[in-house]
Design a protein around this ligand. Structure first.
Ligand SMILES: NC(=O)c1ccc[n+]([C@@H]2O[C@H](COP(=O)([O-])OP(=O)(O)OC[C@H]3O[C@@H](n4cnc5c(N)ncnc54)[C@H](OP(=O)(O)O)[C@@H]3O)[C@@H](O)[C@H]2O)c1
Length: 283
């Protein structure tokens, strides 16, 4: 049984905390700074942001306010879809560092695979983007590089041409939407899976079956879902603005789910899917 926040070793030896704090759809503000600083105070060490979230200033300010040493934190950001050429990745990365006021990132992700437009070019656009990521990694400006929303068919040709294997793939993953083929493929390749929207953007918290399972343990629904992610060796990145939710999420390690309950969660019908299908998004 996992009883404390043990870090997980990525395929390049870098260690990542087993839970991340998400920041999607929370604009930069004093409230966000306060919320992230409180989360760090409670024990969160991994903060997930992205250029497109337009809140990197708040993440940076919260890091400084927290008083926790930079080396103890794991800060991850993402390169947005508009920056999928070598030069624009370099510019976007510099801009993220400048906005966060940091001199390195722990992780940098290609936010979405390129699949739109010319059906013949998406593979070379993705690998071209990756060449810039590889350069940033070589230069030590980022400790680990990875992808997000890459499904198995995006990864096959990508891995054949990548010089550095992605350390992580951040995917939508929760009961009712497990992306089993991609998750199994990544695990075989040694690519760690992170779950975005592990709570189904909050929708799953009211799901009767999960509530029923949570009652077996007298645990909050969020803890059951996060514990289920760890059962699958998936690192949840959950958004929680309030200290009560943050604390609850950090305390999801010290119990086990039964095989029957895991099976029930694994076999839930498709639900709480965001609708963000990588080959059909408009960006
Ligand atoms: N790579 C990508 O393309 C991508 C896409 C989407 C998201 N993400 C990342 O994944 C993160 C998480 O996804 P998400 O923001 O969609 O949602 P989520 O973590 O699935 O759910 C967040 C919702 O659950 C609530 N919540 C959290 N902990 C709770 C608890 N213990 N009890 C009750 N309610 C709780 C939050 O409320 P409060 O905030 O009020 O506490 C919020 O309303 C994002 O913030 C972002 O960093 C990445």
């Amino acid at each position: 049984m996992r009883t404390k926040l043990e870090k997980i070793k990525l395929n390049n030896g870098v260690k990542i905390p087993p839970i991340g704090l998400g920041t999607w759809q929370i604009p930069a503000s004093e409230n966000l700074v306060q919320s992230i600083a409180e989360a760090i105070g409670l024990g969160f060490r991994y903060i997930d942001t992205a250029a497109i979230y337009e809140n990197e200033t708040s993440v940076g300010e919260a890091i400084r306010r927290s008083g926790v040493k930079r080396s103890e934190l794991f800060i991850s950001s993402k390169c947005w879809a508009a920056n999928r050429t070598y030069d624009s990745v370099m510019h976007a990365f510099e801009e993220s560092l400048r906005t966060l006021q940091l001199d390195y990132l722990d992780c940098y992700l290609i936010h979405w695979p390129f699949t739109k437009g010319d059906p013949l070019s998406w593979q070379s656009v993705n690998i071209g983007t990756w060449r810039a990521f590889e350069k940033l990694y070589e230069e030590g400006l980022v400790k680990a590089i990875g992808v997000s929303n890459f499904q198995m068919h995006h990864l096959v040709s990508f891995l054949a041409r990548a010089n550095v294997k992605p350390a992580v793939n951040q995917l939508e993953f929760h009961p009712g939407y497990m992306q089993k083929t991609t998750v199994a493929f990544c695990k075989k390749q040694g690519i760690a899976i992170e779950a975005w929207s592990p709570l189904g953007h909050g929708v799953l918290l009211d799901e009767p079956l999960i509530k029923e399972i949570a009652s077996h343990y007298e645990r909050p629904v969020a803890q059951v879902i996060l514990r289920w992610c760890w059962h699958h060796n998936v690192i949840p990145v959950t958004r929680a603005l309030t200290p009560e939710h943050q604390k609850e999420n950090l305390e999801s390690f010290d119990f086990d789910l039964t095989d029957d309950d895991i099976h029930a969660l694994d076999t839930m019908p498709m639900m709480a899917f965001s609708g963000l299908e990588p080959d059909h998004v408009s960006f």
